[in-house]
Design a protein around this ligand. Sequence first.
Ligand SMILES: Nc1nc2c(c(=O)[nH]1)N[C@H]1C(S)=C(S)[C@@H](COP(=O)(O)OP(=O)(O)OC[C@H]3O[C@@H](n4cnc5c(=O)[nH]c(N)nc54)[C@H](O)[C@@H]3O)O[C@H]1N2
Ligand SMILES: Nc1nc2c(c(=O)[nH]1)N[C@H]1C(S)=C(S)[C@@H](COP(=O)(O)OP(=O)(O)OC[C@H]3O[C@@H](n4cnc5c(=O)[nH]c(N)nc54)[C@H](O)[C@@H]3O)O[C@H]1N2
Ligand code: SF4
Ligand SMILES: [Mo]
Length: 739
Amino acid sequence: MQTAYRICPLCEATCGLKLTIDTGRITGVRGDRDDVFSSGFICPKGAALGQLDSDPDRLRRPMVRHGESWTETGWAEAFAIVERGLMGVIERHGRLSVATYLGNPNVHTLAGQMYAGEFAKTVGSPNVYSASTVDQMPKHVSSGLLFGDPLAIPVPDLDRTDHLLLLGANPVESNGSLCTAPDFPGRLKKLRKRGGRLVVVDPRRTRTSALADQHVAIRPGTDAYLLFAMVHTLFEEGLADPGPLASHIEGMEALPPLAEAFTPERVEQVCAVPAEGIRTLARDLAQAPTAAVYARIGTTTVEFGTLTSWLVDVLNLLTGNLDRSGGAMFPLAPHRRRGSGRGRGFQLGRWHSRVSGLPEVKGELPAATLAEEIATPGEGQVRALVTIAGNPVLSTPGGDRLDRALSGLEFMVSVDPYLNETTRHADVILPPPPPSQSAHYDLAFNELAIRNNARYSPAPVPLTDDRVDECEILARLIQIAAGRGATAPPAEVDDRLIERELAKAAADPASPVYGAEAAKLAEELYPGTPAERRLDMKLRLGAYGDGFGADAEGLSLRRLLAEPHGIDLGPLQQRIPEVLKTVSGRVEVCPDPIVADIGRLREGLEARRDALVLIGRRHLRSNNSWMHNVPALTGGTNTCTLQVHPDDAERLGLQHDATALVRSRSGQLQVTVERTEAVPAGVVSLPHGWGHGAPGTRTEVAAADPGVNANVLTDPAVIDPLSGTAVLNGVPVDVLPAP
Ligand SMILES: Nc1nc2c(c(=O)[nH]1)N[C@H]1C(S)=C(S)[C@@H](COP(=O)(O)OP(=O)(O)OC[C@H]3O[C@@H](n4cnc5c(=O)[nH]c(N)nc54)[C@H](O)[C@@H]3O)O[C@H]1N2
Ligand SMILES: Nc1nc2c(c(=O)[nH]1)N[C@H]1C(S)=C(S)[C@@H](COP(=O)(O)OP(=O)(O)OC[C@H]3O[C@@H](n4cnc5c(=O)[nH]c(N)nc54)[C@H](O)[C@@H]3O)O[C@H]1N2
Ligand code: SF4
Ligand SMILES: [Mo]
């Protein structure tokens, strides 16, 4: 028996876990009480890490498909098949014909963070897709336009704020998103205990709204109206005051006229929130000593996702809460350096998708358009697909169409531990090792953490013989895509990247290694795995780094390895103007693409909103599509039911537990009805990530309680135009008793 510490990779909270390991298996999981960030917090998913890790359905060796059947194969052979398949398509149809889809767990693995983007870049095709366009892309676009950097996302300063206005998020079940805060529920309770106020805007009653001082049951998809009317109120009542930030803002004068049309009286009927209530929300926000507006997936995967994301930070700014303690602040991750306060700004639409002409966003095309790019013949048609940690058949709109399109590919390879709804179409599946055999560091979530910190977990258990580290799997794919072949040494990839980054640092007068010789610096790196060498480099060049000797106290991987519970780097600090990368060097508060989209919002004031609409939900013991195979996380209230308000159920003739037929513009399905007052009349809720048990999948536990794929109902043709993000909430549907 041995004890090991491992950061939990299962959600954005990044809790430190204390694992008991017995002969290579996780036999016990507890929260690590000494973790500098999570202080012992754990949720049911973290507690089930052992079961997840040793799930008998987890693939151990590469799988090769022959028609309907699969055989296991050795790694060398698998990579050789991938090389033949991928390079064959490239030779026949060119690099444009290869698409990459990067799924959510890429932000939860070191491999995904360090290699997946590089892989897509190496392929050199505009056909790059990811879970971001069914998730948070609107926030990237809004940050890109406001601050010049799509990754500069302000997070609520949870532990210090006096007032939190939270929209479209349910962190008591999701444990938080775009705001990394272990024990989010406990932090909300503490906020109230210290006399602060929590306001939750959500159509549904949730476990988060149950903690709140006030719950505003807004009509789905209309948050942009509510927030704009709050902006309107701030101007009308002379409450708009950015405080000391005023000298760092550009374009303020354009804001009041834009807010003009959105009076509380005008938007009242749109969002089903009384005008006087909207004014009170605005006054409360402006008058709180400190306050933060925080919004998540219920506000991004909607018709006006980018405008809503923008309005969130406009409100933070207008109430003097942007970039001040207790407000909405920019974390400074250890692998980042402080900026210069100016940059090239953010551009949208540098290229367009072939079939529907949709603009590129942050180097990607909308996931909603992938199926048609595969299915539509012509020059540039997608013929090969690489999925890394993704299950787009269940997670993207029109998933049933994508499912059909995938079977028409010439070649597909998936890096994934499961044979599931998506990977069943692959020719080769390359399974990564389980978390117990993988090292961990949160590059993505340190950029969103409510306290700056650094924590590294070496793999708790050594790799077993039949395993290849996911970093190496992806590095080998990079070598293949670069044309260097399946047997080219994977470490070359890291050597090249290290050389490039060190040379850049050595040429930068603001860097601590300015003037040094890159090759010499490379020799000083921690002599671990290739990924560890790169991580060491990033930490040492970063904001708290040792600068390769410039600051003896500074961070390095060696120092982190000596601190298994992590290093706390203190509360968030003010970062404007340094964090800005806009051309003007200011916060550009009314960027052109946003202003241009406000016309669409104004037109929407006139739209009829009497349809029954569908929204999603998450259960505490779930994670998108891939944890339904873990027995400890199934059953109880974690079910795939259509929640219907009793009044609607009455009107539509739907009995509790009976089967309903749900139809949308895009598709239809049958699902069990759950009558509940948790949803308001006019709104039904269905969770996503279900719809298991398809022929050829190998997830036995999940198949026993398969549920239905909510993304048969969501429509790939309906997206937020600025961000290409799918509209997954507020989908008009008809519901009737199943025939
Ligand atoms: N209707 C509706 N649809 C939604 C949403 C919604 O709210 N409503 N939410 C959206 C959101 S927020 C997201 S993020 C997307 C998620 O979309 P995806 O990322 O496409 O879907 P996941 O279900 O997270 O699938 C993750 C895949 O990664 C695999 N995996 C797990 N661990 C690892 C690992 O360590 N390495 C590798 N290589 N693979 C691994 C799993 O087996 C699974 O196949 O779904 C979106 N879809
Ligand atoms: N347990 C669990 N945790 C997870 C996940 C999971 O699947 N299960 N997934 C992870 C991922 S990938 C992500 S992105 C995060 C997401 O984290 P959250 O954003 O907190 O996700 P949800 O719990 O889906 O909460 C979204 C809320 O928005 C509400 N909503 C729907 N439509 C609207 C609307 O139009 N306006 C407003 N104001 N609210 C609306 C829904 O009722 C729901 O309560 O969670 C992560 N954590
Ligand atoms: S809250 Fe998230 S990070 Fe923490 S234990 Fe649960 S799943 Fe893991
Ligand atoms: Mo997500």
